[in-house]
Design a protein. Sequence first.
Length: 898
Amino acid sequence: MYELIISGIVFAIMAVAVIVLLTQRKKSEREGAERLRLAHAEGQMVPLSLHPVIDPTLCVGSFSCIKACPEGDIIGVVDGVATLLDAADCIGHARCDIECPVGAIKLVFGTSERGIDLPETDESFESSRAGVFIVGEISGMGLIKNALYQGLVSGKFIKAKLKKSNAGPNFTDVVVVGAGPAGIASAIACQEQGLSVRIFEQESIGGAIAHYPRGKVVMTEQVRMPNFGPFGRELLSKEDLMAEIQQVIDANRLTVEQGQKVVGVEGDAPRLTAVTATGERINCAAVVLAIGLRGSPRKLDCAGEELPKVTYRLVDPEQYHGRNVLVVGGGDSAVEAAVQLAEESTAKVSISYRQGAFSRCKPRNRDKIKALIDQGRIKAYFSTKVTGIDARHVRLAPSGDDDKKGKGGDKAKAPEAPKAPARPGTAVVDASMLVGEEDARGNAKTMMDIELPEGAAPGGKQRFTIVNAGAQAQAQAGNPWRPGSAVHGAIGAGAGAQAQAQSPGRSRTSLWREGIVNVIARGGARALDAIDGGHRHERIGSALHKVAEIPEVQADGKETVLANDDVIVSIGGELPVQFLNSIKVTSRRYHGEEKAAGGKGLTKAEVEKRTRTRLALILTALGVTINIALYVLGAEYYWLPLDERKASPLHELLRPSGLWGHGVGVAATLFMLANFIYALRKRWRPLKGKASIRTWLTFHMFVGIMSPLVIAFHAAFLINNLLAVWTWVALAVVVATGIFGRFLFGLVPAQAGKMLAVNDLREQVNDMEKVLQPHIQQTKNVKAVTALFDMATMQPRERSLMQAVRKENKTRHTLVKQIDSARPLFSDDKQFNFFKDSLEKIQRARLQISFYATLKRIFRSWLVFHVVTAIFMVVLIGAHVAVTAYYGFGAFFFQGGP
């Protein structure tokens, strides 16, 4: 009875723990699903660069990737598996890939919806042009840490290719083009390898970093640089980063030839010639392109873009004081430029973005610009594109019209200046900003009082009626004005809008008396003042534009014309295709594929895999040796009947409370506690980055499997008390659930982080089967290949999941073996590999369909049991050790013993 009560308490405690953890997991999944829904709604699902793709069929739910990302919760939990939630905020740290214990994450460029053009390179960063290497942002590695890594690694590859230095008076081993982080790192690495280097930079040291806004906070990870030590830190300003780059250059005694643009590469490796814009020719063995994308900004492709008022970066906000500035773009660079203009100058800032929300910038930048928009310091034009630019204006059109207009839609003619209304006392305004009642004709109408400046005719407070007549609104003076007096109209939305007159060097009164006035309504809609026809001539018109505070005019129902002095285009850079083509470097578009990232021959992942394999073999051999030694030492005793053991001379030594038994027990306890080093590795900062998480998992599995085996020798294969039994059972459950999670979780059908419905799974299989049929018909023996196809697509014969899982490996190996034997029936390797991969996927999908309901139930609960039993096991181990210490070694702690 006593044992039953204790067991009941144990079960109750574990049940409560399971319920609590399942509730927390369910809450996390709901939050993840909601974040995913919002990300889709806000257009946050398109990653900008290198990003992870998580294979839900491999994810075992450890969620190490979630905690690993320096950007925060970019990855979350949806339906029990890790899911990329904020794809637009992912900038390619790649920590998630490193921390994934089962290799469920791969890093890719582009998506099926949005491709990315990148130069083709091999795993040593060498392009299709022999001797030309490509690193940094131009290769897709925009993150500073990744660019530095590529640069540092490239030196070894270049040295391996060149074998030795051939530097001479008229020959340089390596020409590095670009002095950003990647270029500087590559130059240092080449110099470390004993190669001579010359660095050319078309602008200034730092590359794109030099053009960041003042004070911009940059996040990077420390990278150890030769002759310098740790470079960078988690958060630092642009100025600090530039200073560190200069210190690295000085420490390595590099010389950067600034203002020198490389325009061509001639010859064949290893005898290349780099040609600069000034005509200098540098003979070299290799060229490293680290030019980034800033030299090839993406263009608006509209009329007037060639005007000098159009620039592609913000250099100094103070130069825009009092000017009308339009920023084009919605990424971090564009948003930061608009924010800096609003905060550090008196410019009237507008921003145009093709999408309906700022979906491509960091959350902190989104929060900043939203606050400034709410305060009226920045005017945002969402879902618009620039269709024309002239000296004084910019024309915006709805970006949704692109599809209708076709490729030529952006080639709209430059806008004309808004014409003053023919009727004195009226002004064109933005009708979309007006709010008010309707008049008898159904036109929107708003009335307001505007206080005119002292000395103005007719002077005093005037009431203006704003009527939205169709596509435009007109502001009409409530009282008649003297003929030829001045501007007769102004607008403003919102009661009590204040008006004032402005003009450089002129008094308000004199302006009003001369009939040139600029009435500025603050708050709500804005209008360009209309002037009486008798006073309208070129000089007055020019003066009016210079003093105008109100930039916006609604040209028609679809396009908006803004009064404008400057345009800052920040819509990203694009691959310098023309330059790359001229030097015979080919590029390709990536739609979610992996790209070589360094390491000709064996990649870093392959080296780690070999290391894990060797470690697994060593640990397996060690485990077998330990168990054989323990068995050989006590085999005679362990095989004795229980009633004969006490008479054995080995009893005092090998019994659980004996000297040897206690020693083995201590070793077994250490084995069990060593399991938690893996969990500590995932959470404790000093251990993060110390070897691959998968290597730690290999050790975790070893100690997990060894623990119950060693404990069995400690207990001398006896069951003496309930506490020991529960400890061993808890350990066995932990090991069993761990093995299940590692090897069997891949059976769960999922896609993009969401568990597939069985109908979706069937649809996928049907689609794959349809795609395969044309390939089968092209083989040399259609009948034989069709037989293989039928073998893979048949339903599993097993009636239970456990039977199917037990035979799954054997079935798969049989299928693969037969497919491999059919290799001669295919015309090329590509066709054969596609057929083989497809059949393996179909076979697994058939298994998933057959046992879908069972898999779905298991899917949601296995890890919870693993964690709960692991925690419970620690409690039991502690109790077992305490009891053993008290009863087994009491004499050491208590007088007279226990």
